[in-house]
Design a protein around this ligand. Structure first.
Ligand code: SF4
Length: 335
């Protein structure tokens, strides 16, 4: 257990956590909404510092990141806890559980993780993923500094529900983000995820302003966030506020945790991808197997640059620095 960052004392021995927009007011012996930040004797502590619920090496494409070191592997870590409560969470078994409930987690230090990351073949760096990395902020920040010193890259796969001050401190240590934008409707965020839309949009703006690589994932859930009108509003906002070069991943919903709707029909995803392509240059489908939206095509000459067959990636069409071998146009991203 380690003392947390970003909190202030409040009256009656309570503490106010300032890490995410919930700003939980936490009484003695109690935890915040994320379950993993607790008040002990009027101070706030993290219960998940260096306590890993998941540690794997994954393809970078699995995060998903399609324009960031394609074909690379990345050491991926996560703890328990989350500051949202999405009824459709695929990782609810770790995101909605506190570490004390299991006793099974692996203890590792930032230095040990950096040593492991350096020793792995074809490893890009570390991805903070599986659960929401904001809830293990102190550990992510310290590990990211070690990884950066070792010359590797840091990736955060996040719901974007983080306060601006901790995000500003994190940004210089990160190289890439995949942000899960769950809806463009604040009511959806409140009802289905226990969050709010506006702070997530602020996070997206800050990542772009900080000149970090950004990709966005949008999980299309039948009847809940599949209104074409709302989707077009979202695409309009992304393209005008963030830019039309941001890779967009439209992901197929499958039943999970508390939500048992039928999976998203593939034609709906394809229709959304076509709509998105009217404003965005790079649109991909996820959780659907191979489609015409799996590979990357040059936005200028439309030739194939990166072919993806499952997690098999070939970059034959890509020249040095991410330029198209056929016409020389540069692809947005880090290659
Ligand atoms: S990080 Fe956890 S404790 Fe802190 S405000 Fe967010 S949900 Fe509450």
């Amino acid at each position: 257990m380690r003392e947390a960052m970003y909190w202030t004392p409040a009256s009656d021995g309570k503490v106010r956590c300032g890490l995410c927009p919930h700003e939980c007011l936490i009484g003695e012996g109690k935890a915040g909404i994320c379950r993993v930040r607790v008040n002990r004797n009027g101070r706030l502590f993290s219960l998940v510092d260096g306590l890993l619920a998941a540690l794997h090496t994954d393809p970078v494409e699995k995060k998903p990141l399609y324009h960031f070191h394609p074909g690379g592997q990345i050491l991926s870590i996560g703890t328990r806890g989350c500051n949202l409560k999405c009824a459709f969470c695929q990782n609810y078994h770790i995101s909605q559980e506190a570490p004390s409930a299991t006793g099974r987690d692996l203890t590792m230090s930032p230095g040990e993780l950096a040593t492991m990351a350096v020793s792995l073949e074809n490893n890009t760096g570390i991805a903070y993923t599986y659960n929401e990395p904001t809830v293990f902020y102190e550990f992510m920040l310290e590990t990211a500094r070690e990884i950066r010193r070792a010359g590797l890259k840091n990736v955060a796969v996040t719901n974007g529900f983080i306060s601006q001050a901790p995000l500003a401190e994190l940004l210089p240590e990160m190289d890439a983000f995949n942000v899960d934008l769950k809806s463009f409707d604040d009511g959806f965020y409140r009802r289905m995820a226990g969050g709010r839309l506006a702070p997530v949009l602020e996070t997206l703006r800050a990542i772009v302003a900080g000149e970090k690589h950004l990709e966005i994932t949008f999980l299309v859930i039948p009847t809940l966030n599949d209104s074409e009108e709302e989707f077009l509003k979202m695409i309009g906002w992304i393209s005008s506020e963030l830019g039309s070069d941001i890779p967009l991943h439209l992901s197929r919903y499958f039943p999970a945790w508390k939500l048992h709707l039928p999976p998203t029909p593939v034609p709906v995803l394809e229709r959304f991808a076509c709509l998105a392509m009217e404003k965005m240059r790079y649109v991909y489908l996820g959780n659907v197997g191979e489609t015409r939206f799996s590979s990357t095509f040059c936005p200028a000459c439309h030739r194939e640059l990166i072919r993806r067959e499952g997690y098999q990636v070939t970059t034959d069409g890509l020249g040095p620095g991410g330029a198209c071998r056929h016409c020389g146009s540069r692809l947005a991203g880090i290659f």
